[in-house]
Design a protein around this ligand. Structure first.
Ligand SMILES: [Zn+2]
Length: 257
Protein backbone atom coordinates (compact mmCIF):
# COMPACT_ATOMS: atom_id res chain seq x y z
CA UNK A 1 0.00 0.00 0.00
CA UNK A 2 1.11 3.58 -0.71
CA UNK A 3 2.30 5.67 2.23
CA UNK A 4 -0.54 7.24 4.19
CA UNK A 5 -1.10 10.96 3.55
CA UNK A 6 -1.13 13.50 6.39
CA UNK A 7 -4.53 15.11 6.86
CA UNK A 8 -5.19 18.85 6.64
CA UNK A 9 -7.30 20.74 9.20
CA UNK A 10 -10.19 20.76 6.71
CA UNK A 11 -9.93 16.99 6.23
CA UNK A 12 -9.91 16.40 9.98
CA UNK A 13 -13.13 18.44 10.26
CA UNK A 14 -14.76 16.87 7.20
CA UNK A 15 -14.09 13.31 8.41
CA UNK A 16 -14.46 13.98 12.16
CA UNK A 17 -17.38 11.51 12.57
CA UNK A 18 -15.26 8.77 11.02
CA UNK A 19 -12.12 9.67 12.94
CA UNK A 20 -13.96 9.50 16.28
CA UNK A 21 -14.93 5.89 15.59
CA UNK A 22 -12.34 3.69 17.28
CA UNK A 23 -12.55 1.20 14.36
CA UNK A 24 -11.54 3.95 11.88
CA UNK A 25 -9.61 6.74 13.61
CA UNK A 26 -7.07 8.93 11.81
CA UNK A 27 -5.17 5.94 10.44
CA UNK A 28 -8.33 4.39 9.02
CA UNK A 29 -9.43 7.67 7.46
CA UNK A 30 -5.98 8.04 5.90
CA UNK A 31 -6.44 4.57 4.44
CA UNK A 32 -9.77 5.63 2.91
CA UNK A 33 -8.07 8.71 1.45
CA UNK A 34 -5.35 6.51 -0.05
CA UNK A 35 -7.86 3.95 -1.43
CA UNK A 36 -8.74 3.54 -5.10
CA UNK A 37 -12.21 2.14 -5.83
CA UNK A 38 -13.83 1.44 -9.19
CA UNK A 39 -17.64 1.49 -9.35
CA UNK A 40 -19.06 -0.30 -12.37
CA UNK A 41 -22.23 1.22 -13.85
CA UNK A 42 -23.68 4.62 -12.98
CA UNK A 43 -27.21 3.37 -12.49
CA UNK A 44 -29.55 3.06 -9.52
CA UNK A 45 -27.39 0.90 -7.29
CA UNK A 46 -24.18 2.72 -7.82
CA UNK A 47 -25.67 6.19 -7.34
CA UNK A 48 -25.85 5.94 -3.54
CA UNK A 49 -22.68 3.82 -3.42
CA UNK A 50 -20.74 6.50 -5.31
CA UNK A 51 -22.16 9.33 -3.21
CA UNK A 52 -21.30 7.68 0.11
CA UNK A 53 -17.84 6.63 -1.10
CA UNK A 54 -17.11 10.19 -2.26
CA UNK A 55 -18.39 11.62 1.01
CA UNK A 56 -16.21 9.10 2.87
CA UNK A 57 -13.17 10.58 1.16
CA UNK A 58 -12.11 7.61 -0.99
CA UNK A 59 -9.13 9.23 -2.68
CA UNK A 60 -9.63 7.88 -6.18
CA UNK A 61 -13.09 6.93 -7.33
CA UNK A 62 -13.56 5.48 -10.81
CA UNK A 63 -16.91 5.19 -12.53
CA UNK A 64 -17.42 3.30 -15.78
CA UNK A 65 -20.61 3.53 -17.81
CA UNK A 66 -21.26 4.04 -21.52
CA UNK A 67 -24.90 5.15 -21.18
CA UNK A 68 -26.52 8.60 -21.10
CA UNK A 69 -29.03 9.87 -18.53
CA UNK A 70 -32.64 9.14 -19.54
CA UNK A 71 -35.87 10.46 -18.02
CA UNK A 72 -36.79 6.91 -16.94
CA UNK A 73 -33.57 6.66 -14.87
CA UNK A 74 -34.44 9.49 -12.48
CA UNK A 75 -36.94 7.45 -10.39
CA UNK A 76 -33.97 5.71 -8.73
CA UNK A 77 -30.63 7.01 -10.07
CA UNK A 78 -30.52 9.89 -7.61
CA UNK A 79 -27.01 11.00 -8.51
CA UNK A 80 -28.42 12.50 -11.75
CA UNK A 81 -30.75 15.53 -12.04
CA UNK A 82 -33.50 16.28 -14.54
CA UNK A 83 -31.12 18.81 -16.15
CA UNK A 84 -28.64 15.95 -16.80
CA UNK A 85 -30.91 14.13 -19.29
CA UNK A 86 -28.90 13.39 -22.42
CA UNK A 87 -25.52 13.78 -20.66
CA UNK A 88 -23.16 10.79 -20.32
CA UNK A 89 -23.87 9.12 -16.94
CA UNK A 90 -20.16 8.88 -16.09
CA UNK A 91 -19.79 12.65 -16.63
CA UNK A 92 -22.99 13.49 -14.73
CA UNK A 93 -21.81 11.33 -11.82
CA UNK A 94 -18.37 13.00 -11.89
CA UNK A 95 -19.97 16.45 -11.64
CA UNK A 96 -22.21 15.38 -8.73
CA UNK A 97 -19.35 13.74 -6.82
CA UNK A 98 -17.12 16.80 -7.28
CA UNK A 99 -19.83 18.89 -5.60
CA UNK A 100 -20.09 16.43 -2.67
CA UNK A 101 -16.35 16.22 -2.09
CA UNK A 102 -13.86 18.12 -4.28
CA UNK A 103 -10.98 16.30 -2.56
CA UNK A 104 -11.85 13.08 -4.37
CA UNK A 105 -10.23 12.39 -7.73
CA UNK A 106 -13.04 11.05 -9.92
CA UNK A 107 -12.06 9.15 -13.04
CA UNK A 108 -14.96 8.89 -15.50
CA UNK A 109 -14.56 5.98 -17.94
CA UNK A 110 -17.09 6.54 -20.71
CA UNK A 111 -17.00 3.05 -22.15
CA UNK A 112 -18.52 -0.38 -21.77
CA UNK A 113 -16.49 -2.92 -19.82
CA UNK A 114 -15.40 -5.75 -22.14
CA UNK A 115 -12.94 -8.63 -22.11
CA UNK A 116 -10.67 -6.44 -24.25
CA UNK A 117 -10.50 -3.47 -21.87
CA UNK A 118 -11.19 -4.98 -18.41
CA UNK A 119 -7.53 -5.36 -17.38
CA UNK A 120 -6.68 -1.82 -18.50
CA UNK A 121 -9.71 -0.31 -16.71
CA UNK A 122 -9.20 -2.27 -13.45
CA UNK A 123 -5.50 -1.45 -13.33
CA UNK A 124 -4.89 1.20 -10.70
CA UNK A 125 -7.88 0.27 -8.50
CA UNK A 126 -7.76 -1.84 -5.32
CA UNK A 127 -11.45 -2.67 -4.90
CA UNK A 128 -14.33 -2.98 -7.38
CA UNK A 129 -18.00 -2.37 -6.61
CA UNK A 130 -20.27 -3.96 -9.21
CA UNK A 131 -23.70 -2.48 -9.75
CA UNK A 132 -23.97 -3.41 -13.42
CA UNK A 133 -27.23 -4.45 -15.01
CA UNK A 134 -26.18 -7.55 -16.97
CA UNK A 135 -24.72 -11.00 -16.33
CA UNK A 136 -21.96 -10.71 -18.93
CA UNK A 137 -20.37 -7.82 -16.99
CA UNK A 138 -20.87 -9.58 -13.63
CA UNK A 139 -19.00 -12.69 -14.78
CA UNK A 140 -16.36 -10.68 -16.62
CA UNK A 141 -15.66 -8.78 -13.38
CA UNK A 142 -15.68 -11.96 -11.27
CA UNK A 143 -13.04 -13.60 -13.43
CA UNK A 144 -10.91 -10.46 -13.90
CA UNK A 145 -10.95 -9.55 -10.19
CA UNK A 146 -9.85 -13.10 -9.34
CA UNK A 147 -6.98 -12.95 -11.86
CA UNK A 148 -5.90 -9.47 -10.78
CA UNK A 149 -6.39 -10.15 -7.02
CA UNK A 150 -8.93 -7.39 -6.45
CA UNK A 151 -11.79 -7.59 -3.98
CA UNK A 152 -15.23 -7.41 -5.63
CA UNK A 153 -18.33 -6.20 -3.78
CA UNK A 154 -21.27 -7.20 -5.95
CA UNK A 155 -24.90 -6.14 -5.53
CA UNK A 156 -28.06 -6.57 -7.58
CA UNK A 157 -31.68 -5.41 -7.38
CA UNK A 158 -34.94 -6.34 -9.13
CA UNK A 159 -38.57 -5.54 -8.25
CA UNK A 160 -38.57 -5.47 -4.41
CA UNK A 161 -35.58 -7.78 -3.90
CA UNK A 162 -31.89 -7.16 -3.50
CA UNK A 163 -28.79 -9.22 -2.90
CA UNK A 164 -25.17 -8.50 -2.08
CA UNK A 165 -21.97 -10.46 -1.53
CA UNK A 166 -18.22 -9.93 -1.52
CA UNK A 167 -15.87 -12.04 -3.62
CA UNK A 168 -12.15 -12.33 -2.89
CA UNK A 169 -11.50 -15.92 -3.93
CA UNK A 170 -7.86 -15.04 -4.64
CA UNK A 171 -7.36 -15.09 -0.85
CA UNK A 172 -7.79 -18.89 -0.97
CA UNK A 173 -9.61 -21.29 1.34
CA UNK A 174 -12.99 -20.12 2.61
CA UNK A 175 -13.35 -17.43 -0.06
CA UNK A 176 -15.66 -18.46 -2.94
CA UNK A 177 -16.29 -16.55 -6.17
CA UNK A 178 -19.46 -15.89 -8.14
CA UNK A 179 -18.90 -19.03 -10.25
CA UNK A 180 -18.75 -21.15 -7.07
CA UNK A 181 -22.36 -20.02 -6.54
CA UNK A 182 -23.55 -20.10 -10.18
CA UNK A 183 -20.90 -21.68 -12.47
CA UNK A 184 -22.21 -20.05 -15.65
CA UNK A 185 -24.12 -16.88 -16.41
CA UNK A 186 -27.81 -17.38 -17.16
CA UNK A 187 -28.86 -16.21 -20.60
CA UNK A 188 -29.89 -12.55 -20.62
CA UNK A 189 -33.52 -13.42 -21.37
CA UNK A 190 -33.75 -16.03 -18.55
CA UNK A 191 -34.01 -13.28 -15.94
CA UNK A 192 -36.08 -10.14 -16.66
CA UNK A 193 -34.37 -6.73 -16.54
CA UNK A 194 -35.45 -3.81 -14.33
CA UNK A 195 -36.94 -2.23 -17.48
CA UNK A 196 -39.13 -5.30 -18.01
CA UNK A 197 -39.94 -6.25 -14.42
CA UNK A 198 -39.59 -2.93 -12.58
CA UNK A 199 -37.67 -1.98 -9.46
CA UNK A 200 -38.52 0.04 -6.38
CA UNK A 201 -36.40 3.21 -6.43
CA UNK A 202 -35.52 3.27 -2.74
CA UNK A 203 -34.31 -0.35 -2.93
CA UNK A 204 -31.31 0.98 -4.88
CA UNK A 205 -30.58 3.20 -1.88
CA UNK A 206 -30.68 0.31 0.57
CA UNK A 207 -28.39 -1.97 -1.42
CA UNK A 208 -26.15 0.82 -2.72
CA UNK A 209 -25.51 2.08 0.82
CA UNK A 210 -24.76 -1.49 1.94
CA UNK A 211 -22.33 -1.80 -0.95
CA UNK A 212 -20.52 1.38 0.13
CA UNK A 213 -20.42 0.04 3.71
CA UNK A 214 -18.84 -3.25 2.61
CA UNK A 215 -16.27 -1.44 0.43
CA UNK A 216 -15.24 0.73 3.39
CA UNK A 217 -15.04 -2.36 5.66
CA UNK A 218 -12.86 -4.19 3.13
CA UNK A 219 -10.49 -1.21 2.82
CA UNK A 220 -10.17 -0.95 6.59
CA UNK A 221 -10.29 -4.69 7.32
CA UNK A 222 -12.90 -4.15 10.03
CA UNK A 223 -15.95 -6.19 11.02
CA UNK A 224 -17.05 -9.40 9.37
CA UNK A 225 -16.63 -9.67 5.60
CA UNK A 226 -19.52 -10.71 3.34
CA UNK A 227 -17.12 -13.09 1.56
CA UNK A 228 -18.68 -16.56 1.70
CA UNK A 229 -22.14 -15.18 2.38
CA UNK A 230 -24.92 -13.95 0.09
CA UNK A 231 -27.27 -11.53 1.83
CA UNK A 232 -30.78 -11.43 0.35
CA UNK A 233 -33.14 -8.55 1.19
CA UNK A 234 -36.90 -8.75 0.65
CA UNK A 235 -38.25 -5.21 0.90
CA UNK A 236 -41.94 -6.26 0.92
CA UNK A 237 -41.42 -8.65 3.84
CA UNK A 238 -38.72 -6.42 5.41
CA UNK A 239 -36.52 -9.47 5.88
CA UNK A 240 -32.83 -10.21 5.45
CA UNK A 241 -31.76 -13.77 4.78
CA UNK A 242 -28.21 -15.05 4.60
CA UNK A 243 -27.06 -17.91 2.38
CA UNK A 244 -23.69 -19.57 2.90
CA UNK A 245 -21.64 -19.66 -0.31
CA UNK A 246 -19.11 -22.50 -0.36
CA UNK A 247 -15.88 -22.48 -2.34
CA UNK A 248 -16.14 -25.22 -5.00
CA UNK A 249 -13.00 -27.30 -5.54
CA UNK A 250 -13.70 -27.53 -9.29
CA UNK A 251 -14.95 -23.97 -9.83
CA UNK A 252 -14.04 -22.94 -13.42
CA UNK A 253 -12.55 -19.69 -12.09
CA UNK A 254 -11.07 -20.26 -8.63
CA UNK A 255 -10.90 -24.07 -8.35
CA UNK A 256 -8.32 -26.59 -9.51
CA UNK A 257 -9.14 -27.93 -12.99
ZN1 LIG B 1 -15.06 -19.94 -7.64
Amino acid sequence: MASLPDMTEAQIRRYARHIVLSEIGGIGQSRLIAARVLVVGAGGLVAPALQYLAAAGIGTLGVIDDDTVDLSNLQRQIIHRTADIGIAKAESAKRALGEINPEVTVQAHQERLTAANVERVLDGYDIVADGSDNFATRYLLNDACYRLKKTLVSAAILRFDGQISTYKAWQGAGHPCLRCLFPAAPTEDAVPSCAQAGVLGALAGTLGAMQATEVVKEILGIGRSLSGRLLVYDALAVSFEEMAVTKQAHCPTCGTP
